[in-house]
Design a protein around this ligand. Structure first.
Ligand code: FEO
Ligand code: CA
Ligand code: CA
Ligand code: CA
Length: 607
């Protein structure tokens, strides 16, 4: 039922059908333009995109695998601003043109006959990761274009960054590169993002563990609990390339020296954080804010800031049976002085969803909830470096892969997508994760008791994704041809309270078996009051839809299309026969890109 005085948003468009076509489909009356594909020049020498571009070229171009994104208006404009977007990872079979003398390893990364990797290819991979900041402007014609500007910038896996908060300067993060534990290099696997109340951008480090190798016999929980692999099994194998400095070598965290500052044992402890970037200060080093916890951060979402009240931020750990967290600042928010230091002091909590629809936030703080030295947690830094292990001890609820969150700007309700978890077995279900073998995922939401900083909440399930048998919407109906979806991932609530839902059916199962009925990944929009859901967009072949934001006037929407063509069969990859040629068409290599969506009548997108 609608709350008193709360308006219900309109969803005034005709839903689009599911699609298996290699194109983007939007509702009648809408226009869509593909924009800033991987390789678009934005800075420096403005090197034009070519498939065999160099590692240095890549540092001056838009990265690969577009993901979380925000539009920072310049002077409040809705036609001129900085678009800031994450680049989650790379697909080497798209990134690199075939080169003589190199063969592909089992993940498609080129290597020499002796197993070593080409240095410039590794630099290109590092520079295709990270974040793009690019000024964009709408012309009179309605088309959006890139503007060359001093604010245009790439942050990559090589960029020097500052460590801040309780873990900075501790023994956990003292490295060969930074013996005092104040600095680290680069950010990787930036999935979703957050925007602070003081208008900076936070990039999440999600599956960072897959870039590190460690062959030691006695690795501790700071690495094992996060799944760091051996030298042989890791996906990227960056440490197998050669360079005079240790830019590549640091990804092998095996012990080689007498102490951890002689080698790279502590390098992985400088990853798994949220990274703050001030888009308006292009020379400022990004800052890893360690009090938000260390895990596979999908993203972060801030509660609306209230003058004189703590700053509150929610963050999910996207892995099977991991947790949802929130950070509450110690100092109150004051608009005139607020900055990132608010994130350096406070309390990190983890969520427990009770069977009766109530919930509680359990503090991950020294001496609380069993987090004592006797139980193996020496101090706050130890708790934060080992966030997952601390959450295990306090008895938090193990979720079905928490992805994006969003906060309803009117009611304050917090929504989180739980994308799927096929390893939840019968008997392991709970009220908040009610399905064994959860192929299709669901969306949970809660209302805090009192303020966002409180320790108790009431939750319900907004929608269970799935087909016409297994799904359930807020009204108790099954989903239908106009809104069937599964594997929710991206989530955003616009200023009018439309709940935008983006899907990420894995490329390993997309368009096959029980997933065939859902077609290509898509974006839907929901009414938070009635639970009505309509399909707004379908994407090309092999991609996921992720990242969504509008200009302040809501007349232009930006949406990302990540890894089109990723379902290309292995043999076809080797032959260059991609299953998608989006966005250019013809025989072009598929490229991740941003969609620009507007209405033919210039109206509000979604209304
Ligand atoms: Fe990178 Fe959890 O999606
Ligand atoms: Ca995601
Ligand atoms: Ca993905
Ligand atoms: Ca995902």
């Amino acid at each position: 039922a609608a709350q008193d005085g709360v308006s219900s948003p309109s969803l005034g468009f005709k839903p689009v059908p599911v699609s298996a076509a290699d194109k983007v489909v939007v509702p009648d009356g809408y226009r869509v333009q593909s924009f800033i594909p991987w390789g678009t020049p934005i800075s420096g020498d403005m090197p034009a995109f070519t498939h065999n571009g160099s590692g240095d070229d890549q540092a001056q171009q838009v990265g690969s695998h577009h993901d979380g994104m925000h539009f920072f208006p310049l002077n409040g404009s809705s036609t001129d601003g900085l678009l800031v977007l994450n680049h989650e990872y790379v697909e080497p079979r798209f990134l690199h043109a075939a080169a003589a003398g190199l063969s592909l390893d089992r993940n498609g990364f080129p290597q020499h006959a002796d197993g070593s990797r080409d240095a410039d290819q590794v630099i290109k991979e590092m520079n295709a990761h990270g974040i793009t900041l690019v000024r964009v402007r709408q012309a009179e014609s309605g088309e959006w274009g890139v503007v060359q500007d001093a604010l245009n910038r790439r942050v990559t896996a090589q960029t020097p960054m500052r460590l801040s908060g309780p873990v900075a300067e501790t023994d956990h993060v003292k490295t060969h590169y930074s013996p005092d534990g104040t600095m680290t290099r680069g950010t990787i696997n930036n999935c979703a993002h957050g925007v602070t109340p003081w208008n900076t951008y936070l990039a999440a480090e999600e599956n960072w563990a897959g870039y590190f190798a460690n062959n030691d016999a006695d690795i501790d929980r700071r690495q094992t609990r996060y799944g760091i692999e051996t030298r042989e099994t890791g996906r990227y194998q960056w440490h197998r390339a050669d360079r005079e400095d240790d830019m590549f070598a640091r990804f092998d965290a095996s012990s080689k020296g007498a102490s951890a500052t002689d080698d790279y044992r502590n390098e992985p402890h400088t990853f798994g954080w949220m990274v703050e970037i001030d888009p308006m200060s292009p020379d400022a080093a990004p800052v890893k804010r360690t009090h938000l916890g260390r895990f596979a951060h999908e993203g972060v979402i801030f509660a609306p800031a209230v003058e004189g009240q703590p700053v509150v931020a929610y963050s999910g750990d996207d892995a099977r049976f991991e947790y949802i967290y929130k950070f509450v600042s110690r100092q109150p928010y004051q608009a005139a002085t607020a900055d990132g230091s608010l994130l350096d002091e406070g309390t990190l909590y983890v969520a427990k969803f009770n069977e009766d629809g109530s919930g509680e936030w359990l503090a991950l703080a020294p001496g609380q909830n069993g987090l004592t030295p006797d139980n193996g947690f020496a101090d706050l830094a130890d708790i934060l470096v080992n966030t997952r292990s601390a959450a295990d001890v306090v008895g938090a609820t193990k979720m079905d892969r928490p992805e994006w969150g969003a906060v309803d700007p009117v009611t304050g309700q917090v929504y989180f997508t739980l994308t799927n978890n096929t390893r939840r077995e019968e008997g392991d279900e709970d009220a908040a994760n009610p399905r064994a073998n959860n192929n299709f995922g669901h969306i949970i939401r809660w209302q805090e008791e009192g303020s966002h900083a409180g320790e108790r909440f009431q939750w319900d399930l907004f929608v269970l994704g799935g087909d016409q048998e297994s799904s359930r919407d807020l009204a108790g109906n099954t989903l239908n041809d106009d809104n069937m979806f599964c594997c929710p991932d991206g989530l955003w609530i616009d200023p009018d309270r439309r709940v935008w839902i983006q899907t990420d059916v894995s490329e390993s199962v997309m368009n096959t078996g029980i997933f065939e009925a859902f077609g290509n990944n898509q974006m839907l929009v929901a009414n938070p009051e009635t639970g009505e859901i309509k399909r707004f967009l379908t994407g090309p072949i092999g991609q996921e839809i992720t990242g969504v934001v509008t200009t302040p006037d809501q007349r232009t929407m930006f949406v990302n299309v990540q890894h089109p063509g990723a379902t290309t069969p292995a043999d076809d990859f080797a032959a260059g026969n991609f299953i998608s040629h989006w966005p250019e068409g013809g025989s072009a290599i598929p490229r991740s890109a941003t969609l620009v969506i507007t209405r033919e009548d210039g109206g509000i997108v979604g209304a």
